[in-house]
Write a protein that binds this ligand. Structure first.
Ligand code: ADE
Length: 224
């Protein structure tokens, strides 16, 4: 699977993909992540990508030309299944959306800045608008990295334990049960006895009950 992220701040995306699972997925050839500097597609000598809004008002608007140039160059090289714009007024990212995206082959993600991007980019090119939650960040780069992370970890072969993405909270209807590791007793705070019992059936039953309890307490909406 291939991601192409278009941004004015490519440096912001150097680190998130260079560690751990995302790095391994790329090394194994399961995911390709390309970051494109929007300024390289600007048509003026100052390499600017934004201008004043028509009709007045504060803030600058990202112009259509650099985005169009970059998107059309990418589209001349391969077909894209989705062109996603990260924006707080998009549909809120959830596991279903991540699952759906993980079945695609090539995805472009646009990371916006300033006051917004020219509406025509959204009308003409964008196929999906995604928010990562009801709060406003200073740009779409971190949201784009979150989408890539949520999707890449679902690709077959990325996680060493094939089943572990499937057993995540949100992948079923229940949140995960609490987990513990050594020591069994830390300053008097003990690991629940059942986890040390060696009785796998009992452990599974306990985990299920804990998942249910946690979901009822924290996310009763998931049980509706
Ligand atoms: N850009 C700025 N804030 C955002 C958000 N909450 N989700 C997606 N993109 C954004």
């Amino acid at each position: 699977m291939r991601f192409d992220i278009i941004t004015v701040l490519p440096g912001l995306l150097e680190s998130p993909f260079a560690h751990s699972i995302l790095q391994r997925a790329q090394k194994k050839g399961l995911a390709e992540i390309h970051v494109h500097d929007l300024r390289d597609y600007s048509e003026n000598k100052h390499k600017s990508v934004d201008d004043y809004p028509y009709g007045g008002g504060s803030g600058m608007v990202m112009q259509i030309e650099p985005f169009a140039n970059c998107i059309e160059k990418l589209q001349s090289e391969r077909e894209y299944d989705e062109i996603i714009f990260m924006t707080p007024d998009g549909i809120t990212l959830n596991q279903d959306i991540a699952n759906g995206l993980s079945l695609q082959k090539n995805i472009i993600i646009l990371a916006g800045h300033y006051k917004g991007i020219d509406q025509r980019i959204r009308d003409i090119y964008v196929t999906k608008e995604i928010s990562i939650g009801d709060y406003v960040l200073s740009g779409g780069e971190l949201p784009a990295a979150i989408v890539v992370d949520a999707v890449v970890r679902l690709l077959p072969g990325v996680l060493s334990d094939e089943t572990s993405a499937l057993s995540d909270s949100f992948q079923g209807e229940l949140l995960d049960a609490p987990v513990y590791s050594r020591p069994a007793d830390w300053r008097g705070h003990k690991v629940p006895d059942v986890l040390l019992s060696g009785n796998q059936a009992k452990i599974e039953q306990w985990r299920y009950e804990q998942s249910l309890k946690r979901t009822q307490e924290r996310r009763p909406d998931l049980l509706d």
